[in-house]
Design a protein around this ligand. Structure first.
Ligand SMILES: *[C@@H]1O[C@H](CO)[C@@H](O)[C@H](O)[C@H]1NC(C)=O
Ligand SMILES: *[C@@H]1O[C@H](CO)[C@@H](O)[C@H](O)[C@H]1NC(C)=O
Ligand SMILES: *[C@@H]1O[C@H](CO)[C@@H](O)[C@H](O)[C@H]1NC(C)=O
Length: 476
């Protein structure tokens, strides 16, 4: 029939060819349109800001409840929209034992789905949401170094979590640039003091400045700086190794650490000593970014792969590249006398150039801002939404009996090594950090054993288990 129609309408071969071409054209256009609509939709989805859409008790049983087990956001309960998903966020633990959250096997009523969020510094092995059901995802937000808690340096502890936001590039929401405001701040000359002026200032100021008030750290930075200062002058304003007073209006470190006057003071120095409190992959703080943004060269000790993130290869002088404090001092004294060589380290400010594409891309991709940037979300919002999207997606899959996605954190998503005592050049150094780490090894094992039993446990149970493990290891 169609065949007949076709032949009767389009006798000529050329005409048939044209019709065929038009049909193909329409089909292609149709698919193009679908692709374009999809792209627009997914973009809308990403750009849609998430917002609180309901405050008060949770209502909709098909939406996940995410409990901040360690209260952190001050939000006692609200629904938030994250792209196309909605979750209920709360810091009220009571929902854990709400009858509606019980696994309702074999009933048509779907229970609320639960997930738990933890802030690392407040995480306690004796206070966990147990027993843990298979559907209980755990999320870890921890932007700090292991100074407060060595548990996350243990693989068996990290594997308890499903979603992470830590300083590591490997984490689900990397917070590596938690102290870098923007790329522009790295090329701005706002605080920059030209080398000729620095040379003039050098008649009264030391070439190096040190500003630290936390004097006992896993990295033992003070031991190193003390030795370095034997070979090159260091002005030290903080409580550690102090030999200079900050001007009185700057002496309150809490209110003044980000004050423009402090930046101006530090910018007069050719070099700023920038030592992190712990040596961890990607744990990078304002100690590095501050000298970079004010145009003084950081002498850096901290993240072992810091080269990956420097604006230019020479933007920092790395302590690890020198055999001894003495050798580093000799190198700095040589630079001190050679303006051209010195300025090679400041290309990002003097030429306004950042050559590191990895750094540029990472900063462009970063969705969150710092210092309460009104144009951006905070990393806490972004982490909440990351967990919400993953949990809600899996919930949807469960409802239609599709295989859920697996999410499992790994050692590399935090994983700081045991603190070494490379800098304790003195004998009998009072470095107790390695001991704290060793203690955490046993705590992690105890925690894992007890969680596996599938019941909740008391702190007495926990410490008894730690003691048992310690005794067993001593016997062996
Ligand atoms: C979350 O982590 C736990 C513990 O490792 C694991 O048993 C569970 O399957 C994980 N959940 C998902 C959704 O992958
Ligand atoms: C300590 O020194 C050893 C050998 O010199 C080196 O392999 C290790 O990376 C150093 N550790 C730190 C934390 O710098
Ligand atoms: C375990 O949880 C139950 C209720 O969920 C509670 O009654 C009991 O006291 C808890 N036990 C421990 C050891 O915390």
């Amino acid at each position: 029939m169609i065949d007949k129609l076709w032949r009767s309408c389009c006798k000529k071969r050329g005409f048939r060819y044209k019709v065929a071409l038009i049909i193909v054209g329409i089909v292609v256009l149709f698919y193009l349109l679908i692709i374009i609509l999809n792209v627009i939709e997914s973009n809308l989805d990403e750009d849609r800001p998430f917002f609180t859409i309901h405050q008060g008790e949770p209502k909709d049983e098909k939406l996940p409840i995410l409990i901040w087990w360690t209260p952190f956001t001050g939000d006692s309960g609200s629904y938030k929209q994250c792209g196309q998903y909605i979750c209920y966020f709360t810091d009220q633990r009571k929902y854990m034992s709400d009858p509606r959250t019980k696994q309702a096997c074999c009933s048509n009523i779907f229970p609320f789905l639960l997930a738990f969020l933890f802030y690392g510094s407040d995480f306690k092995p004796t206070d966990l949401p147990l027993p843990r059901s298979l559907t209980h995802d755990w999320g870890l937000l921890h932007e700090e170094s292991p100074k407060n808690n060595f548990l996350f340096s243990m693989e068996r502890v990290m594997k308890l979590f499903n979603h992470t936001a830590t300083f590591r590039r490997e984490s689900d929401l990397p917070l590596t640039f938690q102290y870098l405001e923007s790329l522009d701040s790295l090329t701005s000359q706002k605080y920059f003091v030209p080398t000729s002026v620095k040379n003039e200032k050098g008649k009264t100021l030391a070439p190096l400045v040190y500003l630290h008030s936390d004097c006992n750290t896993p990295s033992e930075r003070d031991s190193y700086v003390e030795e370095l200062a034997k070979y090159i002058p260091v002005d030290s304003y903080g409580k550690c190794l102090q030999n200079k007073e900050l001007p009185s209006h700057l002496s309150d470190p809490l209110t003044n650490m980000i004050s423009p006057e402090l930046f101006q003071l530090l910018a007069q120095y050719k070099f700023n000593l920038a030592f992190e409190n712990a040596v961890c992959q990607d744990y990078i703080t304002e100690k590095l970014w501050r000298p970079l943004t004010i145009g003084s060269v950081p002498i850096y000790y901290g993240s072992p792969k810091i080269e990956d993130w420097l604006p230019n290869p020479k933007s920092a002088i790395l302590v690890k590249n020198f055999e001894s404090p003495k050798q580093l001092a000799e190198h700095l004294l040589a630079l001190q006398a050679d303006d051209t060589a010195y300025e090679d380290h400041l290309e990002h400010i003097i030429k306004g150039q950042i050559s590191n594409k990895k750094l540029i891309d990472a900063m462009i991709d970063r969705e969150w801002g710092i210092n309460n940037d009104p144009a951006k979300k905070s990393f806490i919002d972004c982490f909440e939404c990351l967990v919400c999207k993953r949990v809600a997606e899996n919930y949807k899959r469960e409802l239609r009996q599709a295989t859920p996605l697996k999410f499992q954190a790994t050692f590399e998503q935090y994983g700081c090594p045991k603190p070494g005592s490379n800098f304790s050049l003195k004998e009998n150094s009072p470095n107790w950090w390695p001991e704290l780490y060793d203690k955490a090894v046993f705590e992690a094992r105890a925690m894992e054993n007890l969680i596996r039993r599938g019941t909740n446990y008391t702190s007495t149970d926990f410490y008894q288990e730690v003691i048992n493990l310690l005794e067993n290891s001593a016997v062996r």
